[in-house]
Design a binder for this molecule. Structure first.
Ligand code: RIB
Ligand code: CA
Length: 312
């Protein structure tokens, strides 16, 4: 029985590896990929999503364009991390496959209406604007979503775009708060876990050893992407964020977590976008999210490398 997922994404080098992992995993049926503005503006993220599908030999996957800006705020992007294309590193050809006409939010709504209740998982790899718009337009469909598994937030690790906020949440904090208040089962992969998944030199060599189109692209993507965090953290390799969302769905036993209350700062400028995590249960706030904090990083990279090695 395959698991049906929709990947909402702002590619992004780490998004690219997450998408490749999903496309290389027969346990998953990728119903569609929905692009959102984030790392770079929407005109680039929707092209990048199609470039990645074609790189993986999957021009059959449907790619949709969604929100070009956050619910209530101007867009903030991260070219300083991802480069001006958002997918700097490899030279990838312009996509031939067409972008779907339908808006991403309409696609997700239609999918939730037609698929069996509780059979579709939303994998969120960027700002949560598209998913928040789904919940705003059809709150009655929230109960039909099996789970929202997202990369975002941070608490023990602090932030990466401000001292207290992680980028995906910071770009659209109102969208994140709406998702966390929606009642949909939410699984959060924050910086607290992704910072334990480092693209060390040895791991990059395992991608190079694939001697494949996708393996070579992963080397170029990772070597570009990691430079920013290696310099900031002085580590051997940078944290690999988004593929953890897909790896969790495939092999949840690789992770350690706790159900707790998570809420988002949406008012105070100093801590805007901060995910406030009641890890120690000191309040009686609803335990509204599974908050992932631990990882078997060797097992994660073994899975990621084993699967991407099956791609062209
Ligand atoms: O903070 C890391 C997150 O922001 C990742 O999803 C990365 O792709 C960027 O979107
Ligand atoms: Ca992302």
């Amino acid at each position: 029985m395959t698991r049906k997922i929709i990947i909402d994404t702002d590619p992004g080098q780490d998004d690219a590896l997450a998408i490749m992992l999903a496309l290389a995993s027969p346990e998953l049926e990728v119903l569609g990929i929905t692009a959102v503005a984030g790392n770079v503006p929407l005109p680039l993220t929707q092209v990048n999503a199609r470039k990645i599908c074609e790189l993986a030999g999957r021009n059959d996957v449907r790619v949709f364009a969604g929100a070009g800006k956050p619910l209530m705020r101007p867009l903030i992007t991260a070219e300083h991390v991802h480069g001006k294309t958002g997918l700097d590193g490899p030279v990838l050809p312009e996509p031939v496959m067409l972008l779907e006409e339908q808006h991403a939010v309409d696609f997700i709504l239609d999918t939730l209406q037609t698929e069996d209740a509780g059979s579709v998982t939303l994998c969120a790899l960027g700002p949560l604007t598209n998913i928040a718009q789904v919940l705003i337009r059809a709150p009655e469909l929230a109960s039909k979503i099996q789970e929202i598994v997202l990369m975002g937030g941070g608490f023990f690790e602090g932030g990466n775009i401000t001292p207290t906020a992680e980028f995906n949440i910071y770009v659209d904090p109102e969208a994140a708060q709406l998702v966390l208040k929606s009642g949909v089962p939410v699984v959060i992969h924050p910086l607290d876990v992704t910072h334990k998944a480092l693209t060390t030199a040895a791991r990059i060599e395992r991608f190079r050893a694939m001697k494949s189109r996708c393996g070579d692209a992963c080397v170029a993507l990772l070597e570009f992407f990691e430079r920013f965090d290696e310099e900031k953290y002085g580590s051997d390799g940078g944290p690999l964020h988004d593929p953890n969302v897909i790896a969790y769905i495939l092999r949840p036993e690789l992770y350690g977590w706790r159900k707790c209350n998570v809420e988002v700062e949406t008012a105070n400028e100093l801590t805007l976008g901060m995910t406030v995590v009641d890890w120690w249960g000191v309040t009686d706030r609803a335990k509204n999210a599974i908050y992932v904090r631990d990882i078997d990083d060797e097992g994660f990279f073994d899975l990621l490398i084993e699967r991407i090695a099956t791609l062209p």
